[in-house]
Design a protein around this ligand. Sequence first.
Ligand code: BTN
Length: 285
Amino acid sequence: MEGSEILSLEVIEASLSTKIIGRAQRLDNLSNVNGDSSDLSKNELWDEIDSTNTRAAALAAQGCAEGVMVIARQQTAGRGRLGRAWISPPDAGISFSVVLRPKIELSRLPLITLATGVAVAQAIEASAGVRPGLKWVNDLTLSGRKLGGILAEMPGQALIIGIGINVRLKADELPEELKDKVEWLERAVGGPVDPNLIVMELAHKLEAQYELLKAGKTAEILGLWRAYSVTIGQMIEARSANQVITGKAIDIADSGALIVEAEDGTRTELVAGEISIRLQDGSYC
Ligand code: BTN
């Protein structure tokens, strides 16, 4: 870790030229539901926290301004999708959440995960010089391994976007079952990666995608998503509680659903869940 940069709110905030993400302004008429005068427009950087998404949800419930960021150097109870744990050891990655209050139709909300995926991929490409892939619906991959993930939640009126990116994991400290499945930026790049630079890029790219989403520019978002996709064109398997769907992922619908074509030509639109991609040996990962 010698010479490696660690997360600093001062450094990040000094480099932001966004209007919303990370730049919440306290409005005079915005009152804290607790009736106290704590400033609910401040970004937060925690040395250690249970989960940045949980903290962001609590701030949102208190009426915090849109755009507030919660970042952590370590999470002790980081959450992934489908009730899984997300491992965030000290200074090993970026645990980032932001509170958004979009005024868009509910039917378009699933697109936020795809738009966020585009933003994270662009931010990593711009700051670390490697091009991640996007695996429907919320995974970032590199060399076929998981580099990061997105957890969008709506615990109340606000939308919480949570992003985890692996920057410098230690192979020997990983649980056995993850060792061959995860990737981190410093290993891929072969040198130090500054997490502050990634967060700074992320805030800007995320804001650009958010603006596209609010302006109804779905085609633009999906066009970018397709360009990073490692899913489209692959044979996939999707499992849910009561069915297994296998087929070729042929495209993304305007709703954000994954269009899968079975051998007999039947098409299914997957709206949620998780997919596995078929490898050359016929197994799925
Ligand atoms: C997944 O791939 O299942 C989603 C992982 C999301 C992890 C991030 S880390 C920051 C934020 N806080 C959490 O507890 N989870 C998300």
